[in-house]
Design a protein around this ligand. Structure first.
Ligand code: ADP
Ligand code: MG
Length: 597
């Protein structure tokens, strides 16, 4: 082999560069949409065939390309957007690397037809595997159409990495949604395999949010708009009650560009920390604007990462504003979890069979089915069977009484978050939600182990608007979901109908439950994996069925939960591994008050 250095043929060089920007049809769509937006288009239509593998067409009514520049548009490192490296510092356009079209032309057949507004006719160029095939006049209204056909026809190795048509379609759909959320003033249309799958008219933010995220998001979110100096943050954040089990509906834009940034993610997570249960993810569409010089977007070819010049200020600005916005919504937001400190004994992982917690007494356990059923019944408006007589719970025996169950009897509720109880040792503090979640989860697991999770048919089936990808998932995963107690079917392109839910959870928010489970399924992928990960689905469901903070409980309900915990495996920690309760003994308390010292 000749080991001397030689320059790569430009086709090969472009194919290598293409590896960075063209990974699948969705990346073509992203680059082409960005070009159309940079050209000031007001309407953009995207058409795909075979998920875009066969064909992607993006047509816009933007400024068009001068006929003399048409060849250049396809040449590597040819751009109209910057001229010098200094321009990079203030770049306001989405593109600037001048690579996208050249890269596409090296791995697919590309045809561009374009007509600037002031020209009488259009001009077309066709390139295949980097070679020009035709060039000449062509009819076109003002604007540009780019057609990319047979992606990777000359690089079969890369073609193998493409997934099924449906998967590629769903990626295209996601890209379009993401970009559409960043440009409310532009109308978008998507046609996949001859079907109009998304139509987003310009200028109606709420309607777009409802279509791209969900109608619930619009109803259950707060608008934010804050300015400090040259920074502006505006947009919408979902209320903590509209959280999801996946971080799949989080959109953050920096100067109109979709960005996934660690610093930004951290600031948002911090802002939600106190109001969101562990393991839940907020939903948001947020827009940060700052002078172009304050952010470097040339960090990665796909430009998903950015670098802020004053990272600290940006972080604090985002955190501070969201934190304040969320506090206004929930002034009595839950305090951070109690940290185990000296003198506080965390009751970690009691194993009931060799643990006093296994103690359970029918006399004090209240409703026959325990707390979980009780809450479900009350949410359904049914009388709490067996509870009327005992409404205020058993009287609390004196401390030290040998008759007390391990977790004792409830004294009351603290700020809607903790149950305070008195047991033989002293004070028991229970994280109500975490404990209930664990009890529900263990019960669902036990039901599944026996056969399948018992289901409750909804009197009125619930029709949900969901993303098309979620409706696909509902269709594919229907059988696996029925086993864990959720029966739903696809009832439209982007809607599903929920028919039955796990009986234990029928009192909760069925819509939210179904959405989160679908989001889980989408992340888990194939139904094989769903079967393996049933427990994860149960955990997601349990989180929903569980009492939220700020729900007032009667003493009887609190006692029922304590009894349920005593009967439940792993009751000492919630599904996420946090403790569900702490005990502070009389001796610990005496020491705190310097009693007897
Ligand atoms: P970049 O966007 O980084 O400049 P591209 O390879 O994506 O590089 O595009 C090259 C050039 O082609 C752009 O700078 C622009 O001048 C022109 N161009 C591409 N698409 C369009 C379009 N839809 N409308 C008008 N001009 C376009
Ligand atoms: Mg571009």
């Amino acid at each position: 082999m000749d080991r001397r250095i030689h320059e790569l043929r430009s086709l090969v060089a472009n194919q290598i560069a293409a590896g960075e920007v063209v990974e699948r049809p969705a990346s073509l769509v992203k680059e082409l949409l960005e070009n159309s937006l940079d050209a000031g288009a007001r309407n953009i239509r995207v058409t795909t065939e075979q998920g875009g593998v066969k064909r992607v067409v993006v047509r816009d009514n933007g400024s068009g390309i001068h006929p003399d520049d048409l060849r250049l548009a396809l040449a590597p490192h040819a751009t109209s957007k910057i001229t010098s490296a200094d321009d990079l510092l203030g770049v306001a356009s989405l593109g600037f690397r001048g690579e996208a079209l050249a890269s596409m032309a090296s791995v697919a057949r590309v045809r561009i037809t374009s007509r600037p507004a002031d020209a009488d006719a259009g001009q077309a160029i066709e390139v295949e595997g980097g070679l020009e095939r035709s060039f000449g006049p062509a009819a076109h209204p003002p604007g540009t159409t780019v057609e990319v056909t047979d992606l990777f026809f000359n690089t079969p190795a890369r073609r193998k990495f493409l997934k099924t048509e449906r998967t590629e379609q769903s990626h295209v759909d996601q890209v379009l949604r993401r970009i559409a959320l960043g440009h409310f003033d532009v109308g978008f249309e998507l046609l996949q395999s001859g079907r109009a799958t998304l139509a987003l008219p310009a200028g109606r933010p709420e309607e777009r949010l409802a279509r791209v995220l969900s109608p619930e998001f619009v109803a259950r979110s707060v608008a934010v708009d804050e300015v400090r100096g040259e920074l502006r943050l505006h947009g919408w954040v979902g209320l903590p009650t509209h959280s999801r089990s996946q971080a799949d509906q989080q959109y953050f834009f920096v100067n109109g560009r979709v960005v996934r940034d660690k610093l930004v993610a951290h600031a948002i997570r911090q802002a939600f920390r106190d109001v969101l249960f562990h393991g839940r993810h907020p939903v948001f569409a947020l827009y940060l604007q700052l002078p172009p010089g304050g952010v470097d977007v040339n960090v990665h070819p796909t430009k998903h990462e950015v670098r802020f010049r004053d990272a600290r200020a940006v972080h604090d600005f985002i955190f501070g504003n969201l934190n304040r916005a969320l506090r206004l919504v929930r002034p009595d937001s839950a305090p951070p979890p109690v940290a185990a400190e000296p003198g506080v004994r965390a009751a970690a992982d009691p194993t009931p069979r060799q643990n006093p917690l296994a103690w359970a007494d029918a006399r004090v356990s209240g409703a026959p089915g325990g707390f979980v059923e009780l809450v479900a019944r009350q949410d359904r408006g049914e009388p709490p069977a067996g509870w009327v007589r005992d409404r205020h719970g058993p009287a609390s025996p004196a401390p030290g009484s040998a008759d007390l169950p391990p977790l004792g009897f409830a004294l009351g509720q603290l700020h809607g978050v903790y149950i305070l109880a008195q047991n033989a040792d002293g004070l028991v503090v229970v994280d109500m939600h975490a404990a209930h979640e664990r009890v529900t989860y263990e019960r669902l697991k036990a039901q599944l182990a026996e056969a399948s999770v018992p289901r409750q048919r909804l009197l009125v089936p619930l029709v949900l608007d969901v993303a098309e990808a979620d409706a696909d998932v509902a269709e594919e995963a229907a059988e696996a979901l029925a086993v864990v107690g959720l029966v739903l079917d696809r009832s439209g392109l982007s809607s599903v109908t929920v028919r039955e839910v796990p009986a234990l959870l029928s009192g909760g928010d069925v819509g939210e439950l179904a959405r989160d489970v679908l989001a889980d399924c989408r992340e888990l992928g194939t139904s094989d994996r769903l079967a393996e990960r049933q427990e994860r689905l149960l955990a997601t469901m349990a989180c929903h069925g569980s009492v939220r903070a700020n729900r007032a409980l009667t003493l009887a309900e609190m006692n029922a939960l304590l009894r349920d915990m005593e009967r439940t495996d792993n009751a000492g920690q919630c599904n996420h591994g946090r403790p569900t309760y702490l005990v502070r003994s009389m001796a610990d308390l005496d020491a705190l008050f310097l009693r007897g010292q």
